[in-house]
Design a protein around this ligand. Structure first.
Ligand code: GAR
Length: 217
């Protein structure tokens, strides 16, 4: 099977990018990383990607007159790299309808909560403030609303009694690193499609155990 060509968008350290690249480097994975783009030239993740021999681009949004001009440049870089699928991995820039439409159902995002709960920033602190006992992470197709769009995969993570936002973020991040490659594989192999703004799986799924937290004694 022809590997899907993946472009990864980052804004910072890029640990999700690293987990995606590591997965794509495994034999038989149905996708390959062809370009990494950051809207922040100082993003630590760029250096790592360069070291991996992946083409990297810094497209600094501050250098463009408006969102459309920035997105036109981003779009062209992705076209030049012949990208099939985009993975936003800690890419902290809202995208307008023009860009989202061009990559409709071909652009994924990861967010560190069980969407539609807790979209936006300061996710983990808000989870703690609300007293939620289970949180998690979500991979979804991009739409113009922040952290919204058809959900491809989710993972549940327990909140521990003495968690701070940082300890919770670290536990969720570990789960993100497993979830995102799994979701990318589902999309790259065509096992999921979008119908009426919902993701449908091509094959039936078996039963899985329920996560109960706190666990039954
Ligand atoms: C990740 O936790 C990701 O889920 C989150 O930013 C972090 C990026 O870390 N994304 C969002 O909050 C999007 N709304 P990383 O750069 O190490 O992958």
């Amino acid at each position: 099977m022809q590997k899907r060509r993946v472009g990864i968008l980052i804004s910072g350290r890029g640990s999700n990018m690293q987990s995606l690249v590591a997965a794509m480097r495994r034999p038989g994975f149905p996708a390959e990383p062809v370009i990494v783009v950051s809207n922040r030239p100082e993003a630590a993740g760029l250096e790592w990607a360069r070291g991996q021999g992946i083409a990297v681009h810094a497209i600094d949004h501050k250098q463009y007159a408006n969102r459309m001009a920035f997105e036109a440049r981003l779009h062209q870089a992705l076209l030049d790299a012949q990208v099939d699928l985009i993975c936003n991995a800690g890419f902290m820039r809202m995208l307008t309808g023009g860009f989202v439409d061009r990559w409709m159902d071909r652009q994924l995002n990861i967010h560190p909560s069980l969407l539609p709960a807790f979209p936006g920033l300061d996710t983990h602190q808000r989870v703690l403030d609300q007293g939620a006992l289970i949180t998690g992470a979500t991979v979804h197709f991009i739409r113009t609303e922040m952290d919204a769009g058809p959900i491809v995969a989710q993972t549940a993570v327990p909140v521990m009694p003495n968690d701070s936002a940082d300890t919770l973020a670290a536990r969720v991040l570990e789960a993100e690193h497993r979830l995102y490659p799994h979701a990318l594989e589902l999309v790259a192999t065509g096992q999921v499609s979008v119908r009426d703004e919902r993701v449908v799986m091509a094959a039936p799924v078996g039963r899985v155990p329920t996560l109960m937290w706190p666990p039954l004694g």
